[in-house]
Design a protein around this ligand. Sequence first.
Ligand code: GAL
Ligand code: CA
Length: 342
Amino acid sequence: MKFFKKLIPFLCVLLLLPGALNACSIQKKDTIKTIRIGVSVYRKDDTFIASLSSYLEEDAKKREQHTGDKIILNIMDSQSSQSLQNDQVDGFLSKNYDAVCVNMVDRTAAATIVDKAKKADTPLIFFNREPVEEDIQMWGKAYYVGADAAQSGTLQGQIIARAYKKDPRSIDRNGDGKIQYVMLEGEQGHQDSLLRTEYSVKAVEESGVHTEMLANDTANWQRAQATAKMKQWITRYGGRIEAVLCNNDDMALGAIDAIRESGWRASRPVVVGVDGTAPGLDAIKNGTMLGSAYNNAKTQAEVIFGLCCDPAGTSKSFPLQRGHFIYIPYQMITRENAGKFG
Ligand code: GAL
Ligand code: CA
């Protein structure tokens, strides 16, 4: 009997052990959070969007490593179709994703998506293609992360103005005191196309340098379309073109392809872009592109990802404007500082 009494505490421990183990495993399960993020982009083959998407993937991996959380990041391609994008968003919401990020195909069609996210009580982060303010204002957990399009245009204009001030004849080849230019625009209706087009020329003029537009047209952000357009303009205007202003780097590279193919070496026009993509930076370093405005995909992705994981915790460095909007500043890129961007 005495021996049995001594055994009692051990028996108790044995009896309690499975419960204790169970509690422990439940506790462990509870601490591993699974965060499901759905992303729908207007086109996966867009150079800037592809780079922003890969930064989002990097951010997800980093968070998994640092916190042990499991991140499911589902990035889908809308292939320039708004109805396909709406279906993708419906899919994320019906599967109760924790956050949905949308790079609108048609930025004027955001209201339907905002309404659905609000009904599902799901945080919604728009990026790169800016919806109108009243659509975003409909839902307290709707945000926009992007950049101030006008600033990128101003920086492009300043790059040209600086080069002109340093050596007017390096741009004004015919010496008439004006810069004859052609403008390659992004998609029509995109805030970046409208504002970069306007503010780039404004900045040149404001610096006291006169301009004369020879031609402008859209090449929808795309390199091949820009080459085709530029070839037509080279045939039409030849050596009269002194500057090529492009709403993004891909189109600037397309224009450079056309200039190269035409065998036009002496008195080449200067070319400026926006984005600072890897091939864009190479062109600035080798002198075929005069400069660009750095569209900070890395920081934009960090801010988007941060909002997905913690919709209430917006960053101090990039405060919310008008309650919903976060703009990451552009930076001027020229040959002198191109190395610091990659
Ligand atoms: C712009 C960018 C372009 C293109 C476009 C897509 O901000 O400069 O290269 O990616 O967004 O919406
Ligand atoms: Ca001139």
